[in-house]
Design a binder for this molecule. Structure first.
Ligand code: MLT
Length: 400
């Protein structure tokens, strides 16, 4: 299953502000193209010398969508024949998850003279790569805590560690796009859909959770890929279980510890969350997490991030803030990484952790390559998924 979030605008609605049926068909089509744009590229069909045309559409409207609603379009490949395929799509409203419409599109691939041509194999691979549908993680109890874990793809293990106060879904495009790797994406304890104990959060505990998760899945060694706080966890993992790390991807993160002001800000944020709840922190953090262009032009990403941050459990947020506040300086670790293959990825418009930190980190790691991502802020995995997945693909291929 592949998900794309799109907003309903007033010009798509009737006098009662209901999404018009023709506009809803256009949204289904937009979701299909957007899905390809974020994955293998909108030119997937052209590359294969073919073009998809619709043979049959079946659509059921279940509930009205209103101007301003953000709809989650989920795409599944129901049938993949030689020259035709069937795509099932549903549209659900974000927030209350009400099913707005469900549809099936039978498409035939044709060449310029209208003759049926084979469906590009890449389409099947891309659609099937998601493995477990997003939103349906496995539940595994490791190190005494029940974690939600998404598994996707086949191949050498690649463990994704998300940032704060986010969850595994920030990796959804990479999980889908790196189908030849065995992607393992847990929600860290206290965040996403994992259990949130009241106490006991530290970088050491997160790292021990990951080691126990690898044990449970029978994984001895993995490439570790951490975004922001996920990077802090990866540094701790390296200090404790270095022999289990095959390679490193450090995304939107930094090696230095918090400054005294930074530590005070962690405590202030913990107080804010305890007094006013997670949505207050979400509102405060959002402008820092995304590039200005994303904030302006990609309302579906803004809404998605806000939703997942606002839903994060308060003990998990407060615990993560304390763990980040107390984390050690990881700079001494960097030069000791020796021949560890490492990729550093940084959004060029990251306002939370500037490019300078990424450059310094890459410069201090003996075998690191730096990739900067134009048009992306801190959560570059969602903002420029194609560029980030491409950088990972290239790096992972270099591991042999
Ligand atoms: C994150 O994105 O994981 C955190 O915001 C990083 C931090 O606050 O240091």
């Amino acid at each position: 299953m592949r998900d794309v979030d799109l907003r309903v605008y007033p010009d798509q609605c009737d006098a009662l502000a209901h999404l018009n049926q023709a506009a809803s068909l256009a949204l289904f089509e937009r979701a299909r193209w957007e899905m390809l744009a974020r994955g293998p590229g909108m030119d997937l069909f052209r590359r294969a010398g073919t073009w998809p045309v619709i043979r049959k559409t079946t659509i059921e409207y279940h509930a009205p969508a209103l101007a301003g609603d953000v709809l989650r379009f989920s795409q599944t490949l129901l049938h993949h024949g030689r020259t035709s395929f069937t795509m099932r799509q549903t549209a659900r409203r974000l927030g209350d998850d009400v099913l707005i419409a469900s549809a099936e599109f039978v498409m035939v691939c044709i060449d310029e003279s209208g003759r049926p041509t084979p469906v590009p194999e890449e389409l099947g691979r891309f659609m099937e790569a998601a493995g477990v549908p997003s939103g349906e993680p496995r539940r595994l109890t490791v190190n005494g805590v029940r974690l939600a874990v998404e598994l996707a793809g086949e191949g050498p293990p690649l463990l994704y560690v998300h940032g704060f106060p986010l969850d595994r879904t920030i990796w959804r495009h990479q999980l889908a796009g790196l189908a030849h790797w065995r992607g393992i994406a847990p929600d860290l304890r206290g965040l996403g859909q994992s259990a949130a104990p009241d106490l006991g959060y530290s970088m050491a505990t997160y790292a021990a959770d990951l080691a126990a998760l690898m044990d449970t899945l029978g994984v001895t060694q993995a490439v570790l890929c951490g975004l922001s706080m996920g990077g802090y966890v990866v540094f701790e993992f390296l200090r404790r279980y270095r022999e289990r790390v095959r390679g490193l991807v450090l995304v939107s993160t930094r090696a230095e510890a918090d400054t005294p002001d930074g530590r005070r800000a962690r405590d202030a944020n913990a107080t804010l969350v305890r007094e006013r709840g997670a949505p207050a922190l979400a509102d405060q953090m959002l402008p820092q997490l995304l590039a200005p262009t994303t904030l302006q032009n990609r309302p579906e990403i803004v809404a998605d991030l806000r939703r997942l941050m606002a839903a994060a459990p308060v003990p998990g947020i407060a615990g993560a803030l304390a763990a980040m506040r107390d984390r050690p300086d990881s700079r001494p670790l960097l030069s000791s990484l020796g021949s560890m293959p490492t990729l550093v990825v940084a959004g060029e418009e990251d306002r939370l952790i500037g490019l300078a930190s990424a450059r310094a980190m890459a410069g201090a790691i003996p075998h690191a390559k730096l990739r900067t991502i134009p048009g992306a802020g801190h959560v570059c995995t969602l903002e420029q998924p194609g560029a980030v997945t491409g950088a990972l693909l290239e790096f992972l291929a270099s591991l042999g």
